[in-house]
Write a protein that binds this ligand. Structure first.
Ligand SMILES: Nc1ncnc2c1ncn2[C@@H]1O[C@H](COP(=O)(O)OP(=O)(O)OP(=O)(O)O)[C@@H](O)[C@H]1O
Ligand SMILES: O=P(O)(O)OC[C@H]1O[C@H](OP(=O)(O)OP(=O)(O)O)[C@H](O)[C@@H]1O
Ligand SMILES: O=C(O)c1cccnc1
Length: 485
């Protein structure tokens, strides 16, 4: 069983090494042939924009990433394929002996992270640090996106309602392998995805499809048969024919029959129509029948905005099943995380751009989270590695803006998670990562969590970091643009 779990954590196994863009491997061959491959490189993973115009991102995907990096190797099958594609024999022999041994720094899974700060740092040989780019971006961008979306659902639903991931069927391809865990890290309570339950220890839950109800001659017979089969967890889908005329009355009949047998109907599920109005009517009908313990679940194209609206309408809904708009992050289907080279050997590097916000921060960096007297998060200061007590934080792109930060406590966000091929941290369960995310969200001031125009969380540069960026920028301009500025 354990072996099987490990296999399915990274279903690509050894072939994960060619789960990449071709240019990673052509560059790798170039680094190898030119002898540059052993130069020490540092890359940063970061993003520039929060999805859904929100105020924060929930970092997720570290568990998958550590698995992929630990398994990274080029087996005979991968080597044979790359040989067919024309890669050079000496390079392929180098790959045959390859193991990922770079140092990886990352926050804890569930951490809140913000635009422009380094979120993951990879430092190692140029070749090894380069070739993990595509897989790292694929994993972290997707899982962090879904965790962020789930966290918004949780914010809308509040702490007492259940939020259930129903998304497997609407997920893009095999994204269902990763998404339910990320959804739980972000704030979902459970999933309908049985595989995620098995692999990630996530509670699984569910009701039944319309096909179940339709397969019987009557709705009442469908409900009775289900209640007989699953008396312990029976939630009845009540909208197949008519929610208030047929579904709820039939559920009440079955609920009363269950009471006579000493059992309890768990709930009903609404899946169409005006969910607030129907929930209020259904609640009254259930209460009037003495079934006030029967819960009401709702589904049908829900997202954080619909959930918020339903609760603003005082809809007595206890659980929200969310599919499509969670798993596709419908209104913002991508997190734009990038992976940029920031240092080679002792030389800080950056990419020039017309747009100042696209110039990455060079050098080896760390992030200090500034904590105010109430224990709340004030902002994040990007510092030169090793710097511990910056006294000022500068706006990364507006030279006129800076704040004194001497009085704040701080926490170091990036910690070593892998080195020399060894994973250095305990791998948190989805549940533990979710608890951590919630703990951190409780310390993020409310103005950064609202859905509309959230207040931008401060991410700035220490004086040393800003000077390093400006010096590297000047050098790059002189070297590459022939400018003397
Ligand atoms: N009271 C409500 N307030 C806000 N949004 C709601 C409310 N009730 C339902 N919705 C949302 O409105 C959207 C569309 O619902 P609509 O009633 O048009 O479709 P439907 O119920 O699927 O129709 P059909 O009966 O054909 O299945 C869904 O996203 C649903 O979650
Ligand atoms: O609306 P979503 O947020 O994507 O949530 C998942 C949807 O998937 C199911 O519908 P589907 O029509 O696929 O199957 P069904 O016959 O069981 O209703 C379920 O009834 C939800 O409506
Ligand atoms: O169990 C359910 O009710 C369910 C599962 C997947 C999708 N929609 C609903």
């Amino acid at each position: 069983m354990t072996d099987l779990i490990q296999t399915v954590k990274n279903p690509l196994g050894a072939l994960g090494s060619i789960y990449t863009d071709q240019y990673e491997l052509t560059m790798a061959q170039g680094y190898f042939k030119s002898g540059k491959y052993e130069q020490q490189a540092c890359f940063d993973y970061f993003f520039r924009k929060v999805p859904c115009d929100g105020g924060y991102v929930v970092f997720s995907g570290l568990d998958t990433l550590l698995e992929v990096l630990s398994d990274l190797c080029f087996d005979d099958e991968a080597i044979a394929y790359l040989a067919e594609q024309g890669f050079a024999n000496d390079f392929l022999e180098h790959l045959r002996a390859f193991r990922f041994e770079a140092e990886v720094l990352a926050p804890r899974e569930g951490e809140l992270v913000f635009p422009f700060e380094p979120v993951v740092r990879v430092r190692g040989g140029l070749l090894e640090a380069q070739i993990v780019e595509s897989a790292l971006l694929n994993v972290l961008n997707f899982e962090s996106l879904i965790a962020t979306k789930a966290s918004r659902l949780r914010e809308a639903a509040g702490p007492d309602k259940k939020v259930i991931d129903f998304g497997l069927r609407r997920a893009q391809g095999f994204a269902g392998m990763q998404l339910s865990r990320a959804a739980v890290v972000g704030g979902c309570d459970s999933t309908s995805n049985v595989f995620a339950g098995y692999r990630d220890g996530i509670p699984i839950t569910g009701t039944q499809a319309h096909s179940w109800i339709q397969s019987f001659d009557t709705e009442l017979e469908a409900f009775r048969t289900y209640a007989d089969a699953f008396p312990e967890k029976c939630i009845l889908l009540v909208d197949t024919y008519d929610t208030l005329e047929s579904g709820v009355p039939n559920a009440i009949t079955v609920g009363k029959e269950m009471e006579e047998r000493g059992e309890r109907l768990d709930g009903i599920r609404l899946d169409s129509g005006d969910l607030a109005w129907l929930a209020k009517r259904a609640r009254k009908m259930l209460d009037d029948a003495g079934l006030d313990y029967v819960k009401i679940a709702a589904s049908n194209q829900l997202d954080e905005h619909v959930i918020k609206s339903l609760l603003d309408q005082d809809a007595p809904i206890d659980a929200f099943g969310v599919g499509t708009r969670l798993v596709t992050s419908y209104d913002c289907p991508a997190l734009d995380g990038v992976y940029k080279l920031s240092q080679v050997d002792d030389k800080p590097r950056l990419k020039l751009s017309e747009s100042r916000v696209k110039v990455n921060f060079p050098g080896h960096k760390q992030v200090l989270r500034l904590i105010d007297e109430q224990g709340m998060f004030y902002g994040d200061c990007v510092v030169v590695d090793g710097q511990t007590e910056p006294d000022h934080m500068h706006h990364p792109f507006d030279d006129d803006k800076h704040v004194a930060i001497e009085g704040f406590d701080n926490e170091t966000l990036l910690r070593p998670v892998m080195n020399d091929g060894e994973v250095l941290v305990d791998r948190p369960s989805a549940h533990d990562a979710a608890a951590y995310a919630q703990e951190r969200l409780d310390r993020l001031p409310g103005e950064h969590k609202r859905f509309q125009n959230p207040h931008v969380y401060k991410v700035g540069l220490s004086e040393q970091m800003r000077d390093l960026r400006d010096r590297t920028l000047q050098t790059a301009r002189k070297t590459h643009l022939n400018e003397d500025r």
